[in-house]
Structures are given as C-alpha cells and as structure tokens.
Ligand binder design. Structure first.
Ligand code: HEC
Ligand code: HEC
Length: 275
C-alpha cells in the first residue's frame, strides 16, 4: 500500500517532466513570463502551485503544514523565477536525484515536501496531496522545454546557488553584527523579527536548525546572490560575517519526528534519516 502510493507519486512527477532532447546546448534560463500555461486542470493546478509558493504560511491548503511565518518565496525570490536566488527554473530537470541528506534517491515531490519540514518548520504534507502536487507541477512547469539531466551527485538543479569558497572559521561575528546593522536591520529589524513583508531572519518564526540556511556557508552563499534585496552587493567575506552573526541567534530546533505527519497520512518518508 505504502510503496504503491510512492510509485504513483514517482509516475506523476516523471510524467510532468518534459523530454525534449532536440538541443544539446543548454539554453539560458528561459523567461517564465513568456511561457504559456497548459489549458484545463493542469494549468489550473500549476496556477494554484504558484499561489501556494507565494502564500505558503497563510493559504488554507498549506498553512497547516507551515510552522513559521515564511513562504517558499521568502527565499526562492520572485516566485522562484529570480535567475540567481534559489531559482526554481530548471530544477525539475535534475530529479529524481541522489540526496546526500536523505541518503536516498528522491523525487522532486520529496524535495518539495522536505522544505516544508525544515525551511518552513512545519509538518510534511502527504505525498500526492493537493498542495504537494500543485507546487511540484508549478516547479516542473518552470522547467518546461529544458533538457533532463540525471543527477547522481546531489539533489540540486542546474541553476543552484553556487557555494562560496569561504572558510567558516574565518567568520567574524563582530564584523557581521556591524554589517547587519548597516545593511539588513532597516528591513529585518535589529531584533531579526522583520515586519510586514520583511520576514524574520531568526527567532521562532524563522527557518529551523534543520534548514539549509542554518548552515552558515550556505546562508552566506544565498545572501551573496539574494540580499540586500534592493541591491546585492556583499563581498564574500561580508556575506560570511553576516551569516555567522545571523546564525548565532536562536531559531526553532529540528527534531525529525516532530515534522512527520501521523503514520496514516505519511505515505512514505523517502529517507534513511532518523534525526
Ligand atoms: C528559509 C529559506 C527557504 C524557504 C522558506 C524554502 N526554501 Fe527551498 N531551498 C532553500 C535553499 C537555500 C535551497 C538550496 C537552493 C540552492 O542551492 O540553489 C532550497 C532548495 C529547494 C529545492 C531544490 C532546488 C534544487 O536546485 O534542487 C526545492 C524544490 C525547494 N527548495 C522548494 C521549496 C518549497 C516548495 C518551499 C516552500 C514550501 C521552500 N523551498 C521553502 C531555501 C528555502
Ligand atoms: C529592502 C529590504 C531588505 C533588506 C535591506 C534586506 N532584506 Fe532580506 N529579505 C527582504 C524580503 C522582502 C525578503 C523576502 C523575499 C520576498 O518576499 O520577496 C527577505 C528575505 C531574507 C531571508 C530569507 C527569509 C528569512 O527571513 O529567513 C534572509 C535570511 C534575509 N532576507 C537576510 C537578509 C540579510 C542578512 C540582509 C542584509 C545583508 C538583508 N536580508 C537585507 C528584505 C530585505
């Protein structure tokens, strides 16, 4: 029963990927505005997925699965279409992929659901559930026309944020604190709590310790291409210093079992992962 549901999920995701091998040259990230939405229920599902990534913390379909005030688009900027900052464009071409974190080959749907548990500090939605399928459909649509690439090394799309070549031990929290006050506090607050459209960067309403951005080098790499929102101008060392400062603060802890739904709603948690 469990494994048959999982198989169906794999089939849905696979069917949503488009195999158009006519060009071996990788096109530059296409402009999603120019894409047309498929007609009928598929188009409606994609549209719903876009709404859900933008309103994850408040939409009735996703709110029960989110444990902080972040939306997917708090980090996947411009609904995942910003070319640099954790773009969704092209991501579907890299799945199924080997995931070092889960120590399993995972599907795009798995990857989406895992972000609910960590970055959104919530409870994993069931495989094949409406929000899960809609978001996966939206991300797949943003890869329409791109070439599928099997990805044995890690579970990252072709346009993933490049990891900065910085040494975490060279980070200065003191410098980071000064830089944060100068470049970040106007939007995210001195206390990191954010306000209005500016999300919290630490504290109980932010991402948890199990999220990618809780890793200081990963946060620095993302800041480099994403923040300050109006002008990304951080030097590598500045991004590292600020990331180190941001991650000295409290945020929700991560204990896997608190993020899995009750057994009957789980389907299958596709991971060799216990923490
Ligand atoms: C706190 C920030 C944050 C939030 C919130 C967040 N993510 Fe992510 N997510 C990331 C980062 C950082 C990565 C790694 C991206 C990279 O390396 O380019 C990532 C990776 C991913 C990937 C894999 C990308 C790839 O290249 O393979 C998917 C899919 C994804 N997120 C979906 C979501 C969805 C869906 C949501 C909302 C339910 C969400 N994320 C919420 C930060 C976040
Ligand atoms: C002009 C306002 C502005 C400035 C300045 C700014 N941010 Fe942001 N930041 C935002 C907004 C808005 C988002 C959410 C993106 C969205 O909704 O489009 C965000 C998202 C984030 C996120 C991911 C979501 C979360 O809350 O964890 C982090 C981390 C972050 N910013 C850190 C920083 C840091 C560090 C700086 C300083 C280098 C900075 N920001 C400067 C407005 C700003």
């Amino acid at each position: 029963m469990k494994s048959s549901r999982f198989l169906v999920a794999v089939m849905i995701v696979t069917a949503m990927l488009s195999f158009r091998g006519e060009s071996s040259v990788r096109a530059k990230p296409p402009n999603p505005v120019a894409r047309s939405l498929p007609s009928g229920p598929l188009g409606e599902t994609i549209r719903l997925g876009e709404t859900l990534v933008e309103q994850t913390a408040t939409h009735p379909l996703t709110k029960p699965h989110v444990g902080n005030s972040l939306n997917c688009t708090s980090c996947h900027l411009k609904n995942g279409t910003s070319p640099k900052a954790a773009t969704f464009i092209g991501v579907a071409t890299a799945y199924p992929a080997w995931s070092p974190r889960e120590r399993k080959v995972i599907t795009l749907e798995d990857r989406v659901l895992n972000c609910f548990m960590r970055s959104c500090n919530g409870i994993r939605p069931p495989l094949g559930s409406k929000p899960s399928v809609a978001i996966t459909a939206y991300i797949s649509w943003l890869s329409d026309g791109e070439v599928l690439r099997m990805n044995a090394g890690n579970s990252k799309g072709p346009n993933a944020v490049p990891r900065l070549a910085v040494k975490p031990e060279s980070a200065s929290i003191e410098r980071g604190e000064l830089l944060y006050a100068r470049k970040c506090a106007t939007c995210h607050g001195k206390d990191g709590a954010g306000e209005d459209k500016n999300p919290p960067v630490w504290g109980q309403q932010s991402f948890n310790q199990g999220a990618g951005l809780a890793d200081t080098v990963q946060l620095a790499s993302w800041l480099k291409v994403a923040m300050p929102l109006d002008e990304t101008d951080l030097a590598d060392q500045e991004a590292l210093d600020i990331a180190a400062f941001v991650n000295t603060h409290d945020r929700p802890s991560f204990n896997l079992k608190n993020h899995l739904p009750v057994e009957s709603r789980l389907g299958e948690y596709n991971a060799e992962q216990t923490r």
